[in-house]
Design a protein around this ligand. Structure first.
Ligand code: SF4
Length: 180
């Protein structure tokens, strides 16, 4: 039986991420990435990479966003479109359960797109130049216990296609893989 793990794009390609400055946070993420990928190699697991919705819409020079900005019909439509090919692959693996086992999907908590249990929200937007309440806008950013827009769209597509695949954070995925 071949085991397949679906991962958010930036777990394999950190170059898709928005530019960040919090060194401790980056180091912690790198450590989790290493632990996850070590388990993947040790357990001989195949990887299926999700597309990055932010990079494919806004490129590498984008600002960090909050969910409120992505929660619109246009961004959601783009998420569904770039997920189409991936969902078809999942359907094929799922239809051949005698050969393939889909272990789950690894999300990135905190992301306004790919978060599962946590996503950043806030009253954020508008031009930076001349903005008199930028600090207030930045202070409005909070982590909420909900999924990001891309994950929400993915969950809807899984449901629509009757695909029962568990979504987990990186930490929970590491624990899951360790216990395999
Ligand atoms: S949008 Fe998702 S895949 Fe892209 S960088 Fe953010 S968390 Fe990673």
């Amino acid at each position: 039986m071949e085991k397949i793990l679906v991962v958010t794009h930036c777990i394999l390609n950190r170059s898709s991420k928005v530019e960040r400055y919090n060194i401790e946070e980056i180091q912690e993420e790198n450590q989790l990435r290493k632990e996850l990928l070590n388990e993947v190699i040790d357990k001989d697991i195949e990887l299926l990479q999700l597309p990055c919705p932010e990079f494919t819409m806004y490129g590498s020079k984008r600002w960090g966003h909050v969910k409120d900005q992505f929660d619109n019909p246009f961004y959601r439509k783009n998420c569904r479109e770039i997920l189409e090919a991936l969902v078809e692959q999942l359907k094929e693996y799922d239809a051949n359960k005698d050969k393939f086992q889909i272990l789950g999907i690894v999300a990135i908590d905190g992301s306004p797109s790919c978060g599962y249990n946590l996503t950043c929200k806030g009253k954020y937007g508008g031009e930076f130049g001349g903005c008199v309440d930028l600090d207030e806008k930045i202070d409005s950013i909070v982590m909420e216990n909900e999924a990001g827009v891309f994950m929400e769209e993915l969950m809807m597509l899984l449901d629509k296609n009757n695909l029962k695949i568990e979504i987990r954070t990186i930490k929970d995925s590491i624990t899951y893989l360790k216990n395999l």
